[in-house]
Ligand binder design. Sequence first.
Ligand code: NAP
Length: 264
Amino acid sequence: MEKLDIHIVGLGNLGSAFLKGLNIVDGINLFLYEDLDVVRQSINDEFSITPDDSIISIQNGVLILCIKPQNINNFFTNNKDKIDPDVLICSPVAGLEIKTIESFIDNKILRIMPNLLIGDNKGFIPYVSNYDGDYFTFKKNVLAKLGAIKEFDEAMFPIITALSGSGPAWYYELSSQLVNSGQELGLSLDDSEMIIKELVKALPTLVAEDSSFKDLVEQVKSPNGTTEAGLNSLNNDSFDRIILDAIQKATHRSTEISRELSNE
Ligand SMILES: NC(=O)c1ccc[n+]([C@@H]2O[C@H](COP(=O)([O-])OP(=O)(O)OC[C@H]3O[C@@H](n4cnc5c(N)ncnc54)[C@H](OP(=O)(O)O)[C@@H]3O)[C@@H](O)[C@H]2O)c1
């Protein structure tokens, strides 16, 4: 069977996570593009492949667009004539709607919102497309190897971006605050950091697919125990409201970026 060409444009955080996750995928040829010298060098050091600094021509396969929203306009202005109409455009760009990409180019478009866990093939990849079926069997043979995939209505993308795309950041920030608390209360920074890292590493084995998070909280607290004392304090300090506000702000920003991109 012929190999599928996969072109990754932008090898920053997400582009390099794709590259890492795609390492285990058979039947693909990788082509990389990155305009920063320092990033090209670090990709070469880590993966022994040197990205090109610009696109000459993409005639088939899939183009995965791992560049920032503010670079999109320039990208299509400079490159749309170098991309064959048969190429599938796969966009993880936060806030970039299919209709905005369609205003630049006529190709088939797959919008996704992965997070960095695709680098360990444990991502969650929501998707929506402007075509039926599985063009190039890309969803089944490539995306699904990087994590769980699920189709959503595009109207849900701002909230999905806030929950899942930015998701690792919520857990990193919570963990960072737990480390600070340990240090504040007498542990060394190293010990506190180690305790929380070990905890986070162990969590996947504790999260049963069929239990809700609410159930899991109930399971770890005992009446009048230490966990309950801390949970009561969180509730009294409106932890639910703090989290809801943060997710609302992130969702709102995603919607705002969509508006900015479609007005450009
Ligand atoms: N990071 C995440 O967890 C995450 C999750 C979901 C979705 N996303 C989306 O993924 C995209 C990339 O995010 P990121 O965090 O990976 O950004 P990033 O670390 O800034 O990486 C983007 C890289 O692409 C390069 N670049 C820009 N335009 C280029 C072009 N025309 N040709 C070649 N290289 C180009 C950038 O170089 P310059 O600095 O020179 O522009 C930069 O090195 C964003 O649109 C973001 O919304 C990210």
